[in-house]
Design a binder for this molecule. Sequence first.
Ligand SMILES: *Cc1c(COP(=O)(O)O)cnc(C)c1O
Length: 238
Amino acid sequence: MTSIAANLQQVRERLRAACEAASRRSSEVTLLAVSKTFGADAVRQAHAAGQTAFGENYVQEGIEKIALVAESVPRAALEWHCIGPLQSNKTRVVAAQFDWVQSVDRLKIAQRLSEQRPAGLAPLNVCLQLNVDGGANKSGVTLAELPALADAVAALPGLRLRGLMSIPEPVAGFDAQRAVFLRVREAYEDLRARGHALDTLSMGMSDDLEAAVAAGATLVRVGRAVFGHRPLKDPAAA
Ligand SMILES: *Cc1c(COP(=O)(O)O)cnc(C)c1O
């Protein structure tokens, strides 16, 4: 067994145990394998071990990898999520190549993605990225601005609003982690109460996925625990 296959098995076991502890079914939580900085071969190995959903942070790296992997794995067999900061000049390739964008935090980007989503494809799945713990120069919409952004994004024809994504500042300890994730959960439930048909609450990474599952995550984004430690990013390739 490759180490990626063994790692995947361990992460799935962690998810199973976390779901059991929270009295949730394992089928309620999707594992997104975050393959940033790893090559197409790592994605192929993970796919061979049964993984189908992959996340990328850097647009250029992501679209090159999507094309490379598609040489040996049918594109339709995989689901690619853009989870990194997105600039206006990158929306066109993202709208054409990805299945999901989890990092939408302003209307202008959402409008461009909607207009640029190719007509032959299903609407692009999007999550709004919520900045739940402050930090003025952090990405993500604030709690105060979230309801208006959700209403506007839900009205765009090229997009399908699926839920929220959040990357809280790391905190130590299960209870503290869960407390932050519960605030994201509350914002998610508030949007549902406003009438948005959401099904995706994306939170939790390698170090805190148990707390995220306890707080109701339906998708966890896991990099290092699946692929190993990330190589330092080559500055020349940035
Ligand atoms: C890198 C990254 C992850 C994965 O983090 P790990 O700690 O490697 O599991 C998840 N979400 C986002 C947005 C990331 O950038």
